[in-house]
Unconditional design. Structure first.
Length: 439
């Protein structure tokens, strides 16, 4: 058995935790995980935790799913790594073809990377180079929603800039134009869900009307702004956005990194609106969260702008050492097979319904402002008058004591369980969350 005390000392001496204040760890009895299976994480002390956030939104098929584990083991005996620059390999070809078949119509070309931010970075660069090579070099700006998050590389920061976290990077980031967030918990237009006409889209229209000649693309998280606080919004907003981009000649980038592969109840969140973006970013659940791999999909029209034209070299000089990793691609192919053959979404549908009912019940507890659910993602907001973010953190700690791991976003508590969660496992998550809220 691993020595908890020795590991904790080594952790505090050497490990830099992402998105975590060092003061939050000093003296804390945070779990040190040594194994996992299904919806459970197990620490070195022998305690078990229900993984209420799919280990940062990526293990959509649960931990150590047999199909993915088998694909990885088989691939390890065949090919470990191979360059994609001027050479190819079997799994990269098969996965690119498979993703093109699964994606919204028209997304026929696939560029691989290793993580979500890298996929977004590629999307932004593709949009800029496409506009320059299509006779519109003046189109150099991006539009994003307020409080958006698209990753932590410098390009991604520009479209997802949060002053509190990123102010020291302002001099070296390219700030995006910002439209109001379609924040249904706090509608900027004062509408209620039953009376919503997506009036909030007027902000996006205004930004684009004023700056359209200089805009290369609009980037958006379809249906749900995750890190902004699980802001679930109407599909009509996406339909209006697609029409406007078409009318103005703008590219539409869909960041499906968090919401893709079944999270919202559809394979891709764009499907709720029946739209196809010009560029789509995938990551996280692409490999079931097991290995780092991401992808940027584009239309044939965009890809064709990167060819040679006389003396002009239109090549996209961009890539990563392990992009399209054969082992990562094997895992991703197994994920695609799981959705095609294992009826993942059909089996998850009753659990999604139970999750929605559970959060409707939790929304009636004192101090809860509102709750919302989309697929296997539910969020509730704790009113500032009831403690807001401080109470959310206290609830997360109380939930951990009860064997449920969650991680609040400000004053928002959410559940983002694996799609393979059973109704009994979900019931235990909801029970422990309610106990934590009442603690």
């Amino acid at each position: 058995m691993n020595d908890d005390r020795a590991l904790r000392a080594a952790d505090l001496a050497h490990l830099w935790h992402p998105f975590t204040r060092a003061s939050a760890l000093a003296g804390a009895e945070f779990p040190i995980i040594e194994r996992a299976e299904g919806v459970y994480l197990h620490d070195v002390r022998g305690r078990s935790y229900l993984d209420g956030i799919s280990s940062w939104w990526c293990v959509n098929l649960g931990h150590r799913p047999p199909r993915i584990m088998a694909a990885i083991r088989a691939q390890l005996d065949v090919l470990d790594q191979s360059i994609l620059g001027g050479m190819s390999h079997v799994n990269a070809v098969k996965l690119a073809e498979r993703l093109s078949e699964l994606a919204p119509p028209g997304l026929s070309r696939v560029l691989f990377a290793s993580d979500g931010a890298s996929a977004v970075e590629a999307a932004l660069k593709i949009a800029l180079q496409y506009q320059a090579q299509s006779g519109a070099p003046e189109r150099t700006r991006f539009v994003a929603l307020r409080d958006a998050y698209h990753g932590d590389t410098l390009g991604a920061l520009g479209v997802g800039f949060v002053e509190r976290f990123h102010r020291c990077f302002a001099p070296v980031t390219k700030a995006a134009l910002k439209a109001a967030s379609p924040h249904c918990f706090h509608c900027p237009c004062g509408a209620r869900p039953e009376t919503c006409r997506t009036e909030c889209f007027a902000s996006m229209e205004k930004v684009v009307a004023e700056h359209h000649a200089s805009i290369a693309a609009v980037i958006i998280e379809p249906m749900c702004q995750g890190a902004a606080g699980m802001r679930i919004y109407p599909a009509e907003y996406l339909r209006k956005l697609r029409r406007m981009c078409d009318e103005r000649g703008l590219l539409l980038i869909a960041d499906e990194i968090a919401v893709g592969f079944g999270r919202t109840g559809r394979l891709f969140a764009c499907e709720h609106a029946g739209i196809a973006p010009d560029i789509m970013c995938l990551g996280k659940a692409l490999t079931g969260g097991v290995l780092p791999l991401s992808a940027t999909l584009v239309t044939e029209a965009i890809y064709s702008a990167f060819g040679e034209d006389g003396d002009r070299d239109g090549t996209f000089y961009h890539g990563h050492t392990t992009c399209g990793s054969p082992i990562g691609a094997a895992a991703a192919l197994a994920v695609c097979d799981a959705f095609a053959e294992d009826e993942v979404l059909a089996k998850a549908a009753p659990v999604m319904a139970a999750l929605a009912r559970g959060f409707e019940r939790l929304a009636r507890l004192p101090g809860i402002h509102r709750a919302a659910t989309l697929g296997m993602a539910s969020a509730l907001e704790i009113a500032d008058s009831a403690g807001g973010a401080a109470r959310a953190q206290a609830c997360a700690a109380a939930a951990l004591d009860r064997g449920l791991f969650i991680r609040p976003l400000g004053n928002v508590l959410y559940l983002w369980p694996p799609l393979t969660t059973t109704e009994d496992e979900l019931a235990r998550m909801l029970e422990r969350l309610e106990e934590a809220l009442r603690a």
